[in-house]
Write a protein of this length. Structure first.
Length: 481
């Protein structure tokens, strides 16, 4: 093998790796074939425009999604020399450099994982145009296949990165799903708890920020509940692909520094241990922070300490425990500080998002609810073909007279996020909903406002539509619980 060129050595070594991955490769092929057949059955029999068979499409995606995640099964056998001492003695004695070994392993993962998935998707996309009417019907399937392929690339990159940082099979197995779940959930939790909730806007309402160019930053967390047809989705897929590339580059640099002496250690690089534990802790804190801060403290401590104990594999001194607890406390305080800043700035500025002329509006609804003691004053305004200037004026009044939510009230208030008592036991809330077409689907804000803001809204509505029968207001006596 020494007389061969570098590319020939890589190709020969890649073929030799197939002996360790036979069952995993067969499973990937079966899943890809099953997913392709179900997707084709969905398209051929019911067509792209029939929404009654959405469940069948979801069922077809399941095996393809499982195939995309099957990179978890390939990484450990591919990099067996990193956690198996006997195999390490053989691998590190071969006449092939560490760089060539790493490239050969990546080539094998592409051959055994990405190519079967890409082949199934290519076959499906080649047949689909004959069964859909236009590009609008074809595009959702193209985006599904593209997202599945990028998901597979990201899973492979995360698995290779984790295996490169670990020297034990157990850590190679459980750290990969932890890393994937942590990276996937963190931007979602951040968007929901530090942007959407402080701004009191819906996810579709915040999508105006990117659609209209008002708030182009933080774009990767905006299209969370869409159907993969907005600019935010392309940005998110691009960010995922870029992150996968960075993980591969980091894994490559780490792999070059590995040798047989490190085989058997749970985690070779201490920074990876802290990264995984901190990522899991942050997700758990944000998951429970607004649903029960005490659960956030308890479960966060259990997850963080549990992971560190699992990786330690030995006696832990009192000093080490104190260090761990100090890091836990620091991360928890950082989450609270970030939340406080988010609420102080109105969701990092997203509370300033306004209806924009780039969207076609079809319907609007404004609800104003004022509660005092056991009575509730309810004012409703409906409009069809609502003009943009009126919507902007209403949104401006709500924004200028809104009572900013407080972070610690949201965290510790068990009655709900809108139950602040202000102005002599009067609680007033404005809810504005605007239905819109692509690219933003809707604008929705739900926030408490002052009594002065209520008066201005009523005056504006009466001035804009003084004779509209769709304007109604009534007072009813009913205990509000």
């Amino acid at each position: 093998m020494a007389a061969l060129t570098s590319s020939q050595r890589i190709k020969a070594y890649s073929k030799a790796l197939s002996r360790n991955t036979g069952k995993a490769r067969m499973l990937i092929i079966v899943l890809c074939a099953l997913g392709c057949i179900l997707m084709l059955f969905h398209v051929i029999t019911v067509g792209a425009a029939n929404s009654h068979y959405r469940d069948l499409l979801d069922l077809a995606i399941i095996p393809l999604l499982a195939a995309a995640g099957s990179g978890l099964l390939l990484a450990a056998p591919m990099f067996k020399e990193l956690y198996n001492r006997q195999y390490a003695d053989v691998e590190f004695s071969l006449p092939i450099t560490a760089s060539e070994r790493f490239r050969a392993k990546l080539l094998s993962m592409v051959r055994f994982h990405l190519l079967p998935l890409l082949g199934a998707e290519a076959l499906f996309l080649a047949i689909t145009p004959f069964n859909v009417e236009d590009w609008a019907g074809y595009k959702p399937y193209l985006m599904i296949c593209l997202s599945l392929l990028i998901t597979a690339i990201f899973v492979d990159a995360a698995a290779v990165f984790c295996v490169s940082c670990c020297g034990s099979l157990a850590e190679c197995i459980y750290t990969t799903p932890l890393l994937i779940a942590g990276i996937t959930l963190l931007p979602i939790f951040f968007a929901n708890f530090f942007i959407i909730q402080p701004a009191r806007l819906s996810a579709d309402g915040i999508a105006f920020a990117l659609a209209s160019g008002q708030m182009p930053w933080c774009a990767t967390v905006l299209g969370l509940d869409s159907e993969l047809d907005r600019l935010t989705d392309y940005v998110g897929l691009g960010a995922t692909l870029l992150l996968a590339l960075l993980l591969i580059l980091a894994a490559y640099r780490i792999y070059l520094k590995r040798d047989g002496l490190q085989t058997g250690r749970p985690v070779v690089f201490p920074a990876f241990k802290w990264f995984i534990a901190s990522l899991a802790l942050t997700d758990v804190i944000l998951l429970f922070l607004f649903n029960g801060v005490y659960y956030s403290i308890l479960f966060g401590l259990l997850v963080f300490m549990g992971l560190l104990f699992l990786i330690a594999r030995g006696r832990v001194s009192v000093f080490t425990l104190a260090k761990w607890f100090g890091v836990y406390l620091g991360i928890f305080l950082c989450c609270l500080l970030t939340g406080s800043i988010a609420y102080k700035t109105g969701g990092f500025g997203y509370s300033r998002v306004r209806p924009d002329s780039s969207c076609a509006y079809q319907y609007a609804r404004l609800d104003i609810t004022s509660e005092k003691e056991d009575k509730e004053y309810y004012y409703v305004f409906h409009a069809g073909g609502y003009d943009l200037d009126s919507m902007r004026e209403i949104a401006d009044i709500i924004s200028d007279n809104r009572i900013e939510p407080k972070f610690f009230d949201d965290v510790f208030n068990s009655k709900g996020r809108y139950d602040y008592i202000v102005n002599d036991n009067i609680r007033t809330r404005a809810y504005l909903y605007i239905e819109a077409d692509y690219p933003a689907r809707g604008y929705e804000i739900n926030v408490q406002i002052t009594e002065e803001g209520v008066t201005k809204l009523k005056e504006l509505i009466d001035r804009l539509h003084p004779s509209e029968t769709s304007i109604s207001s009534y007072l009813y006596s009913e205990v509000y619980e």
